[in-house]
Ligand binder design. Structure first.
Ligand code: 5GP
Length: 186
């Protein structure tokens, strides 16, 4: 194993990141979210829609904590590219394959920042006439959120700082870190 993948602090392109939420805390919260969602959807077979690429790790852990029948599908939106701030526009790169008409849909996000991606996805999915749409996000930056959005399940609220790990990238890398790291303010 690369030793830097195990430490509390890592350096990326000269910038220092330190653990904000460690692996054990994440796993505990994911179990809780799985239980809560499973209870709320008793009697239904929801479709979990993962938002590529960032949500894959959270998605895989979350659905293994869902104790009712469910289906999965994925959407891909344009990302920030290599920037750390939102470009302010969103494009669809990969569409859904599933037919979501009259289905209970749960959007699974890694992080909600401005909220634009959620606004965009809800609009897109609503036009396909699902029975319901709810949102689960592992992380939420309330101070950065500019849109009036409802987040049904939130893992952790975090300050308005750039984070990596557990699916979240830094120029496409570091998604495989097992904890969530935040850019250290110097
Ligand atoms: P929003 O549309 O809410 O502004 O942004 C959501 C998307 O921005 C997330 O799915 C994620 O791809 C990206 N994003 C927002 N904040 C961060 C962050 O702190 N770190 C990383 N790696 N990506 C982020």
């Amino acid at each position: 194993m690369i030793s830097s993948y195990n430490t509390r602090e890592i350096t990326v392109n000269g910038e220092k990141f330190e653990i904000l939420i460690d692996e054990a805390e994440i796993q505990k919260r994911v179990v809780e979210l799985g239980e809560q969602i499973s209870n709320d959807y008793q009697g239904s077979i929801p479709i979990f829609i993962g938002v590529l690429n960032g949500s894959v790790i959270f998605f895989a852990d979350l659905i293994r904590n869902i104790s009712i029948n469910c289906e999965v599908d994925f959407l891909k939106l344009s990302s920030y590219g290599d920037a750390k701030i939102s470009s302010g526009n969103v494009k669809l790169i990969k569409e859904l394959n599933a037919d979501i008409k009259d289905r209970d849909v749960v959007i699974v996000e890694d992080i909600v920042d401005t909220g634009l991606s959620i606004v965009y996805m809800k609009g897109l999915l609503k036009s396909q006439n699902p029975k319901s749409i709810k949102v689960v996000t592992l992380l939420h930056k309330p101070e950065a959120t500019k849109y009036d959005i409802k987040l049904d399940y939130v893992g952790f609220q975090i300050p308005n700082i750039f984070v990596i790990g557990y699916g979240l990238d830094h120029s496409q890398k570091y998604r495989n870190l097992r904890s969530i790291y935040a850019l250290k303010s110097t």
